[in-house]
Design a protein around this ligand. Structure first.
Ligand code: SAM
Length: 265
């Protein structure tokens, strides 16, 4: 029996279409991952000023677009999923002037020509928890070299490639000590260096699983450097100590990596 072909971008986009309503209902204006792990450091690394024009790659239900538009930023949100964009367009800030600062476009971020057709002159770009959904990252990096103004940043967050993904299994052990039973949680990692595609769930209980494109750090960043972007910011984001729940009892292990790249001047 020949091997099944690995899932590609078409399978990713199809899964996001099927999951769009579930995602929108659960994400709303931000879940704990977004509000605690992703957005605060992303906002700091972007350093947006009112009047700036942001490109939000893989904008999902538009939560980032709305948040920055409310601050006076003009934003173009792009997504490959037409159904996700329909949810984004259905949500409003209730302020016509702020809503007018948002434009949504259906663009596949693995299509360099379609990205470059967006024009140029963006003051910043972001991609919040999107790159692991892209079958290819090189077209986006190459396009950003044209879309961004010289000196402008591109801030992206991903599942931390070293600790978070289908190659990383959570394990727990219990030790009997004089003070009682002590529970410790760990992440057991295998095959980190092997880029691969596997199915998982962005939010537990979603209608269908989606493909995750695992990339080691070097696979994630090398094509950005080859496209001429430079790295000038990096944050490994974890829940505060003392929080409980999945990922919260894994002392000192960050589930999210946030990277700032920049088009040189
Ligand atoms: C995990 S969600 C993140 C959404 C949003 N950025 C957020 O923080 O809530 C990933 C998003 O990437 C979009 N996406 C996946 N592949 C894409 C592609 N090739 N081009 C553009 N968007 C894509 C999906 O449709 C989905 O909306």
């Amino acid at each position: 029996m020949p091997d099944e072909p690995a899932p590609g971008q078409a399978e990713s986009t199809r899964a996001w279409d099927v999951n769009a309503a579930f995602w929108d209902a659960r994400m709303g204006e931000g879940n704990d991952w977004h509000l605690q792990l992703v957005w605060p450091e992303t906002e700091r690394l972007l350093g947006l000023a009112p009047g700036a024009h942001l490109l939000d790659v893989g904008c999902g239900n538009g939560l980032t677009c709305r948040r920055v538009a409310a601050l006076g930023v003009r934003v173009t949100g792009i997504d490959a999923s037409a159904l996700m964009l329909a949810h984004a367009a259905a949500r409003s800030l209730g302020d016509p002037a702020a809503d007018a600062r948002i434009t949504y476009r259906r663009v596949d971020a693995t299509d360099e020509a379609a990205l470059r057709a967006l024009g140029g002159g963006f003051d910043a770009a972001c991609a919040n928890m999107v790159l692991m959904d892209l079958a290819e990252v090189t077209p986006l990096y190459r396009a950003l070299g044209h879309l961004l103004r010289p000196g402008a940043p591109f801030v992206f967050s991903v599942q931390h490639p070293a600790f978070n993904g289908t190659h990383a299994v959570h394990v727990e052990e219990t030790e009997e000590t004089a003070g009682g039973l002590v529970r410790r949680a760990f992440v057991k990692v295998r095959g980190y260096l092997a880029d691969r595609v596997s199915y998982g769930q962005a939010i537990h209980g979603q209608p269908v699983p989606q493909p995750y494109f695992h990339r080691s750090l070097q696979s994630l960043l090398r094509p950005a450097f080859e496209a001429g972007l430079v790295l000038d910011g990096l944050v490994e984001s974890a829940f505060p100590e003392g929080d409980t729940g999945r990922w919260r009892d894994l002392d000192g292990l960050p589930p999210v990596l946030i990277v700032r790249l920049r088009r040189p001047r």
